[in-house]
Design a protein around this ligand. Sequence first.
Ligand code: ATP
Length: 247
Amino acid sequence: MIQINQLSKKYKGAEVFSVKDLDLKVEKGEIYGLLGPNGAGKTTLISMLTSLLKPTSGTFTIDDLNFKEHKNELKQLIGIVPQEYALYPTLTAYENLEYFGSMYGINGGALKKSIQHHLEIMGLSKFANKKTATFSGGMKRRVNLIAGILHQPKVLFLDEPTVGVDVQSKNVIIDHLKYLNKQGTTIVYTSHHLNEAEIFCTRVAIIDNGEIIVEGVPSELINNHVAANNLEDVFLARTGNALRDYA
Ligand SMILES: Nc1ncnc2c1ncn2[C@@H]1O[C@H](COP(=O)(O)OP(=O)(O)OP(=O)(O)O)[C@@H](O)[C@H]1O
């Protein structure tokens, strides 16, 4: 479904590559986790795959469509759930979703139905007509997610969709992603929640300094690593204990 070849990104003025010669293949129907310490390059990678950022070099295809030649088709094919809230605080949840739906080309009855369906599943129906400025972090994350899936994308990219939310919201979000995956959506997501990724993902890549350092099925990575009881043990063994502060 996704084929990445030698993808690199060096930001203007930067001395090092944020993503370096990265090769990766994600199969149709997978839930693929991009894991790594702060500054590893996860957001940079997702931003390139969603055409928000231009690669310095390398190529990728999604559903056999090349990112350069089929930019517009790709926009329809994918859904994006960014790390920062994309919502307009002075608009209601419903108005926000109407706006995002129309950007993806859905309108009228189909849009209304899709918005109501997702608000219901995400437990937000009764807040549909409230301004999102008044929402809790967990509620904003849920609306943010709906904004990226109204058009039923074949591939969904999410950048830390469960960051800063309570356990209840996290469970609703993860359950909904599992449901979408069962309906046929391939999912690529970044997370710092290794316990979550261990259970949720079909495969994960641990990225550090812009490169994949280990990749595979979570249970196999754990079994293959001496003294690792869980994915966090594998993660720390491969990325070390040093802090990754940057500014
Ligand atoms: N717009 C930018 N200009 C210059 N450098 C940037 C820019 N955005 C990110 N970087 C650098 O690229 C590297 C990778 O950053 P990126 O945000 O992709 O990492 P990340 O894995 O998503 O981190 P986090 O877990 O903190 O979100 C970092 O060194 C960061 O400082």
